[in-house]
Design a protein around this ligand. Structure first.
Ligand SMILES: [Cu+2]
Length: 265
């Protein structure tokens, strides 16, 4: 029902709920806008100077305006407590168990998204701030840690399997960034000093989206949604959603290739 809002294509399972909330908010705000606008126009005419040469110090006696203000407050309370809070709680409170999900760490920095997968063993290797090298090891991954041997890191490339819960653990190295993928209806600040989880289930692969949109170059894009510095405009990453098999294959290839390129192996 929300096509009239011109929202981006939808590619995550929880997105329809968010879209309907955005839709209802617009409907109520439209009603308010027309209502208050109409009242304003009425007041301009009704209380014009030629008809009211002397000010009336008593003012309005009817309670209609009180009632309409109460009605507005009630509608807003319904929007907040019946729609927004439950949806928000479902997003932040009911995170699926990590055993059923793909967990990926995404660390924002000026001006890139560093992506870290635990690899086939599903255990994240140790990272150490002393090992950070902006060119070769932006996350400071310690490849001498056994758990790190199969880890995968990428810059600005997030690969995800379709129809599986994804938990993104967001961090930042420097300033506040914001992880925003419009098609997944996710937007969360990455704050230095915190690890903030967000989760979603992408349900349309990049290939399917290319067919649907008729755009062979379509890419899901991670936009940084907080003005984070001079290079903010170029802080964007790409998300590739693949079938489970394709993703598995990608993970194995990357894991092997990155382990082999490691000088400390
Ligand atoms: Cu940023």
């Amino acid at each position: 029902m929300t096509y009239w809002l011109g929202l981006p294509a939808l590619a995550a399972t929880h997105g329809a709920q968010i879209d309907s909330l955005i839709g209802w908010t617009h409907v109520f705000m439209l009603v308010l806008f027309v209502g208050w606008g109409g009242f304003f126009a009425y007041a301009l005419v009704r209380f014009r100077r030629s008809r009211n040469p002397v000010a009336n110090y008593t003012g309005v006696k009817s309670h209609a305006s009180n009632y309409s203000e109460i009605a507005v407050a009630v509608v807003e309370a319904i929007l907040l407590f019946a729609f927004s809070v439950p949806i928000w709680a479902a997003r932040v409170d009911h995170i699926p168990p990590e055993s059923d999900a793909l967990v990926v760490q995404v660390t924002g920095e000026q001006f890139a998204w560093n992506v870290h997968y635990a690899g086939p063993d599903r255990v994240f290797g140790r990272t150490d701030i002393k090992l950070i090298d902006l060119q070769s090891n932006p996350l400071g991954l310690d490849r001498s840690d056994p758990a790190a041997k199969d880890d995968i890191t990428t810059v600005n490339q997030l690969y995800l399997p379709v129809n599986k819960p994804i938990i993104v653990k967001l961090r930042s190295k420097d300033v506040i960034h914001s992880f925003n993928v419009p098609e997944f209806r996710v937007k969360q600040d990455a704050v230095p000093g915190f690890t903030i989880p967000i989760w979603f289930i992408p349900d349309i692969t990049t290939a399917d989206m290319r067919t649907r949109t008729g755009n062979p170059e379509f890419q899901y894009e991670i936009a940084c949604a907080q003005l984070c510095g001079l290079g903010h405009y170029r802080m964007r990453g790409f998300v590739t959603v693949q079938s489970a098999e394709e993703f598995q294959k990608w993970m194995e290839e990357q894991s092997q290739a990155q382990a082999e390129s490691d000088p400390f192996r």
